[in-house]
Design a protein around this ligand. Structure first.
Ligand SMILES: O=C(O)CCC(=O)C(=O)O
Ligand SMILES: [Fe+2]
Length: 333
């Protein structure tokens, strides 16, 4: 802990009390391996594992995803190097609108009263699909532009494969979803959580569900998932990516079968933590609502139709708080 333990963090960083206990040991987040989908048996097994994971946890660790390990490692490395730059070099990219092509921010939600307390975090974001203008990306570290552009393209290709598998795992045609993702968007957010002298008093990112369709995350330990009423710390497997269901897959694809689950990021006193979250969603003009094939008398539509852009703007203007945005689309019963 070193000299950090002498410092106290300012009161605005103190997080609100949380009713859920931590459970580090009892639960394992599911693992899904998609390395061998050509063989019928292993495809069936993978699809079943995928469906079970999406219905019960809303989170899984993905193996056999095909993203080269060196590229993932390089992406992490350029992210750490960027966050190591002096504040004035990062603030050149400052933006308070996460729908911008590129931006850097730290606690801007506090100033907009979107959060009850400040979070122990700064972040950089960029569009990967459609790709942002590379000249808007950091020049330092020198390989940032190339590495982040390649990583974004690989992750977008993986997202399209996953979309097919999600569709099949629900008994639909693999291509069923692609048509609903007109104008697809992939944005990448690098989260940086510096070491904190009083980690238990604050939070890196507040409990929330992701508003997009699904998220592909590379991270070191610190992510917690709400499962059976407790916060479960996800222990990353070597080479695995974490995938989580967002609000759009809960609503659009599955009429509430898949779960967009709350998660949060905790901080620690020893070392800086970085996570790389890639958010896949339909275009802002896409119509969202339960897929007709999954609506019937036994399972009536549980959500109203909307446009993704309307949903995104409404959610971003409310406090980042648990699943408050999704409840606005719930059909009253
Ligand atoms: O830092 C993490 O592991 C999670 C980040 C996250 O949930 C997000 O950016 O939406
Ligand atoms: Fe998230």
């Amino acid at each position: 802990m070193g000299s950090l333990s002498f410092f106290k963090i300012p009161g605005e960083f103190h997080r609100a009390p949380d009713p859920h206990p931590w459970k580090d040991l009892d639960h394992e987040v599911p693992v899904v391996d998609i390395s061998n989908l050509e063989e019928t048996d292993s495809r069936e097994r993978a699809l079943q594992a995928l469906r079970d994971a999406c219905e019960s946890w809303g989170f899984f660790q993905l193996l056999g995803h095909g993203i080269p390990r060196e590229l993932s490692d390089e992406m992490m490395e350029v992210a750490y190097k960027f966050f190591d730059l002096p504040a004035q070099d990062k603030l050149v990219y400052y933006s308070d609108n996460v729908l911008d092509e590129v931006g850097f921010a730290t606690n801007f939600e506090v100033s907009k009263s979107r959060r009850p307390s400040a979070t122990w975090q700064e972040f950089f974001f960029q569009m990967c699909s459609p790709p942002c203008d590379p000249s808007k990306l950091p020049e330092n570290p020198a390989s940032y532009r190339n590495v982040s552009t390649s990583y974004g393209a690989e992750i977008t290709a993986l997202a399209r494969r996953l979309l097919e598998l999600f569709s099949e795992s629900l008994g639909l045609e693999g291509s069923e979803l692609a048509g609903r993702f007109e104008g697809e968007l992939m944005s990448m957010r690098l989260n940086h959580y510096p070491p904190c002298p009083e980690p238990q008093l604050t939070i890196g990112i507040q409990p929330h569900s992701d508003i997009n369709a699904f998220t592909i995350l590379q991270q070191v330990e610190g992510l917690q998932v709400l499962h059976d009423g407790a916060w479960v710390t996800l222990k990353p497997l070597p080479g695995a990516l974490v995938v989580n269901i967002g609000d759009q897959l809960q609503v659009i694809l599955s009429n509430d079968k898949f779960k967009s689950v709350e998660h949060r990021g905790v901080v620690n006193a020893e070392r800086a933590r970085v996570s790389i979250a890639c958010f896949y969603s339909p275009g802002l003009g896409a119509r969202i609502g339960p897929i007709p094939e999954l609506v019937n008398e036994e399972c009536p539509a549980k959500f109203k139709e909307s446009l993704y852009g309307e949903y995104a703007k409404a959610s971003l203007s409310m406090e980042l708080n648990r699943k408050s945005a999704l409840s606005t689309l719930k059909v009253d019963v």
